[in-house]
Design a protein around this ligand. Structure first.
Ligand SMILES: Cc1cc2nc3c(=O)[nH]c(=O)nc-3n(C[C@H](O)[C@H](O)[C@H](O)COP(=O)(O)OP(=O)(O)OC[C@H]3O[C@@H](n4cnc5c(N)ncnc54)[C@H](O)[C@@H]3O)c2cc1C
Length: 470
């Protein structure tokens, strides 16, 4: 009799490895299939983790150049050693990969190296790099194969990952480009644009929409754009890219106004195309196994993350929802619990989103635009960091907190923060929302003084009464 598993997870990104660990903790006999040498998927290897290593290092560099003097700290000869900076990035990735190897072992998870294909419900065929095939039998299969770079619809982009790069290439450039054009004003483009801008690149962002950070609160996105412009970013908004091509010394990007008009071409040393990602299901055998996908190629799942084939589940970037590591992780936990007979659940109303720029942008719940569209009446409370003592002491006065609460019930429906440390501060709002709390609950919670978080309390106060400090 071949070995039978309770769960086989295909893909070990944050969705897959978290699912496997949780399943093992719940006593299920668990295996993973991974085609790359490292666990961790996009997030650990070419996404969240390496980008944050570069963002942190370059933020320190920018601080040393522009802020230290104002604090009375005089430094001279601050310079960047790109090789060392990249070594920090690589070491950070390596530490995380090693951590995952340790967790796999600790939880006694069986590892199959190779590309997983679903032959039928309960059967995963693993093809190793040398072509050798092995069939793994299991009661349940979890698809966690993630996503890949999407490119630009209708435009042929030939990524060489040196001059015309995706986010993966932009993480490992071996010299600072003089001019960097970023196609796509979303989170990844603005984060990686920030990295290279801080290192000296002249950055131009070309975006199809009339605003950056599509989907985020409009007011916050506008203020954020102004701050980035102050940092030297140039924006070409409402611009439809028609071509990205190699040129003699680099590459060119051609675009025309999205609403019609004359086209323009700009030259760059490097072009980063960061126009989003699409689900990755190549080689999985979905069609043969009869597993349905939607019109955008995402594996179709129901409210319990089940596909249409019994015993086959899907999670993370490969299914509908925000393409975020923590969303994938939550789904991983939920599916493991569901398979173990527990009530696994993901609250999609409370998935925070963070842009790790300087300052950071963080949000959870609904935007004003979404509430207006849904016809929900709401109160708005805002508080600027310029009126916060701690922010002044740290020279971090840019930005604001915005709290949106239901007009009738005062339940908090959304919180949006633009400011230093926003990505950490957002979580008190997430916890509050998870418990269905009101702006009054938030405002009456004692916050330590002096902290940036006091601005969250004040914004909540502003939503149902009046702020004290502005
Ligand atoms: C530059 C960048 C920065 C990002 N920053 C953030 C951030 O700060 N915060 C955040 O929340 N998100 C961030 N993301 C998004 C985040 O990386 C993804 O949402 C997350 O990795 C999705 O997890 P996943 O488990 O669904 O898939 P993935 O992480 O993509 O993992 C899928 C895994 O499946 C494997 N696989 C695929 N097919 C097969 C197969 N047939 N057989 C075996 N193995 C297979 C792949 O090799 C991979 O290891 C970033 C992404 C990028 C590109």
């Amino acid at each position: 009799m071949p070995e039978q598993f309770d769960v086989v997870v295909i893909g070990t990104g944050p969705g897959g490895y978290v699912c496997a660990i949780k399943a093992a903790q719940l006593g299920l006999k668990t295996a993973v299939v991974e085609k790359l040498p490292n666990h961790g998927g996009t997030c650990v290897n070419v996404g969240c983790i390496p980008s944050k290593a570069l963002l942190h290092a370059t933020e320190m560099y920018a601080e040393a150049q522009h802020s230290f003097d104002k604090l009375g700290i005089e430094v001279s000869g601050v310079s960047v050693n790109l090789e060392k900076l990249m070594a920090h990035r690589a070491q950070t990735v390596d530490q995380n990969v090693k951590g995952l190897d340790f967790l796999m072992k600790k939880n006694k998870i069986a590892i199959f190296r190779g590309t997983g294909r679903i032959a039928a419900a309960g059967k995963v065929v693993v093809t190793a790099e040398d072509g050798a095939e092995q069939t793994v039998e299991t009661k349940n299969i979890v698809i966690a194969t993630g996503s890949e770079v999407a490119g630009i619809p209708g435009v042929n982009v030939e990524f060489d990952e040196k001059v015309i790069v995706s986010s993966t290439g932009a993480l490992v450039l071996d010299k600072v480009p003089g001019k960097l054009v970023v196609v796509g004003g979303g989170v990844i483009g603005l984060e990686l644009g920030s990295v290279w801008a801080r290192l000296g690149a002249e950055v131009t962002v070309v975006e199809y929409l009339d605003n950056i950070l599509g989907g985020m609160d409009g007011e916050i996105a506008k203020q954020f754009q102004r701050l980035l412009a102050k940092q030297g970013f140039t924006f070409k908004l409402g611009a439809k890219v028609t071509a990205v091509q190699r040129s003699e010394n680099g590459a060119s990007v051609s675009f025309e106004p999205a609403k019609g008009g004359d086209s323009e071409t700009i030259e760059a040393d490097v072009v980063l195309v960061s126009t989003g990602r699409k689900p990755y299901t190549a080689g999985l055998g979905l069609q043969e196994a009869g597993i349905e996908v939607d019109e955008r190629g995402r594996v179709k799942v129901d409210g319990h993350l089940r596909t249409n084939v019994p015993g086959v589940y899907a999670i993370g970037d490969v299914v509908v929802g925000p393409m975020l590591a923590h969303k994938a992780e939550e789904e991983g936990v939920a599916v493991a619990e569901i398979i173990a007979g527990q009530a696994g659940h993901v609250n999609y109303n409370v998935i925070p989103g963070v842009v790790y720029t300087s300052p950071e942008v963080a949000s959870v719940g609904k935007t004003e635009e979404e509430l207006k569209k849904a016809g929900v009446e709401y109160n708005v409370g805002k508080f600027p960091f310029s009126a916060n003592g701690r922010a002044r002491s740290m020279l971090q006065t840019d930005g604001l907190v915005k709290v949106l609460a239901d007009k009738q019930t005062d339940q908090v429906l959304g919180v949006h923060i633009l400011g230093f440390g926003a990505g950490e501060m957002i979580h008190e709002a997430a916890v509050l929302m998870e418990f269905g709390g009101s702006s009054e609950d938030l405002a009456r919670t004692c916050h330590a003084h002096p902290t940036m978080s006091e601005a969250v309390k004040e914004a909540a106060l502003a939503a149902f009464a009046k702020p004290i400090h502005s």
